[in-house]
Structure formats: structure tokens, C-alpha cells
Design a protein around this ligand. Sequence first.
Ligand SMILES: NC(=O)c1ccc[n+]([C@@H]2O[C@H](COP(=O)([O-])OP(=O)(O)OC[C@H]3O[C@@H](n4cnc5c(N)ncnc54)[C@H](OP(=O)(O)O)[C@@H]3O)[C@@H](O)[C@H]2O)c1
Length: 262
Amino acid sequence: MFDLSGRVAVVTGASRGIGESSARVLDSAGAQVVLSGRTVSDLERVAADLTNSPVVIPCDLSQQGAGTQLAGEILDQVQGVDVLVNNAGIPMRRMPEKLTEEEIDLVFAINVRSLLTLSIGLADSMKARGGGSIINVSSVAGIRGPGARVAYAGTKGAVDAMTRALASDWGPDGIRVNSIAPGLIATAIWEESRNTVPGLIEDLEGQIALKRWGFGDDIADVVMFFASDASRYVTGETLAVDGGLARVTASAQPQVLPELLE
Ligand SMILES: NC(=O)c1ccc[n+]([C@@H]2O[C@H](COP(=O)([O-])OP(=O)(O)OC[C@H]3O[C@@H](n4cnc5c(N)ncnc54)[C@H](OP(=O)(O)O)[C@@H]3O)[C@@H](O)[C@H]2O)c1
């Protein structure tokens, strides 16, 4: 059920973090993986470990037209696409009053516009192959109301909304569209905040029911679920993969509860 032999999977932001883990898991399941991102050396480092004829296609998704152009380059190099993991994204931690229009445009260009245009550019290929699976990486930031992240949260809420809308548009063609909302995953995306916001990391960790940060593999295994036939009757869903950050009230002192029940 989790065998992806003969399938082609595109992963954006495959040069590190969640995208790297996803590329590795999809390759290990038998898929040919197309890796995209800006940093060619990192893409080639990941591709060197993959076994099913990986393809590296660099792209800067902040540019106008980039998603459409990337789709064309992908279809020039592989027979067709079955799985698309729209993972590339940037953070934007700013109080609203400090946000510039350039920053708002940048985070929406990468996290929203290119995700949509790449999906559109690859949809016909999926239809021609009888369907496919699009997996959008959103965030718990689109579910909770996070502080100092209005632009980023807006992009991720948009991703979840587009996930449902595309699931409606392309369901009749056999294309499933789902999103994964990661919680706190230990990747480079946290480097700036870790260094500039004192106490933030510890404060957030206290809000996680499972009391630990996540890792790339925690997300990649769910990417695998959505890519595979195991999720064949699931579309238009957003699955929080967050150790219970978005929807579970984490108790700081779980030992208090049994005493209350006595
Ligand atoms: N880590 C978390 O806690 C967390 C939580 C919720 C959601 N997410 C989401 O998960 C996704 C992956 O994040 P991550 O944590 O793995 O972060 P990361 O380690 O910073 O990786 C981000 C990836 O996106 C690529 N990227 C960034 N800007 C790009 C651009 N202009 N054009 C093309 N590719 C670009 C990067 O590659 P290059 O730099 O080589 O271009 C990199 O491969 C993002 O959408 C993020 O919003 C992460």
C-alpha cells in the first residue's frame, strides 16, 4: 500500500529540513523524486543519496512566473507527475506595524502564489495519468492565532483554503489535495527566532502535549501517507502534525489531574 514504485514525486524546498526528509522517504518507497529549491549544492547533496534516478531542478519561487516555469522544466525532464509536495516556504516574524509591503509580497509570492501556479502547471499531467496526490505544507500558524506572524499565518491559512478549493476542482479527475500543518519542527527555519526572541523556544515547547519538538521524519511519514494509496479516500483535509500544539490544551502539570478526579 505504501509502495510508490513507478511513480514520480516532485518536492519543493527539497534542499534541507522537511523537504529533504520527504524526498528521502518518497525515494525509499520507490518513487523517482524531482528535487527543487534554490541551493544547487544542497539539492545535489540530497540527490546523491537517492536511488531512483533523482532529478535536480533549481528554482527561485519568489519570482513572478516561477511556478509555471518550474512545471514546464519538470515535464521536460520526466514522463509525468503523480505526487507534488508543495513544501518550499519562508517564515515572516514581524509585528504588523513593522511589516513592509515588500515583505508581505515576498512571503505570499513563495508560500502562496508559486504553490498555486506550480500545482496548476502540473495538474494536466496528473489528470493524464489518471490522478495524483498534491500535498501542501501549511502550518499550525494558519490554525492558531500566532503573535507577530500575521503575514505568515495569512499565507498558511490561504494554503489550507486553496487545498479545499483545489480538492473540489480536481476531485473528478482523481487528484487528491491535502495539507499538512506542522507544529514545531527542528529545522533551519527556526534559526533566526531561536537567536533573536529570548525564551520563545522553551515557551512554545511547553504548549506541546507530547512535550517535544518534531523532526523532519515526523512530517515526511505523513507525506508518505498522503502520497500513497493508504489515503486514497482522503481529500481536502488539513492534518496537524504537531504533537498536539494546535488543538490540544497542553497541561503543564499533568499529575494534578488524577488528584482532581479523586
Ligand atoms: N519547521 C517548522 O517548525 C515548520 C512549522 C510549520 C510549517 N513549516 C513549513 O514547512 C515548510 C518547510 O520548512 P522547513 O522547516 O523545512 O524550513 P527550511 O529548513 O528553512 O527549508 C525551507 C525550504 O524552502 C526552500 N526555499 C526557501 N525560499 C525559497 C525560494 N525563494 N524558492 C525556492 N525554494 C525556497 C529552501 O531551499 P533554498 O534555500 O535552497 O531555496 C528550503 O529547502 C515551509 O513551508 C514552512 O513554512 C515549518
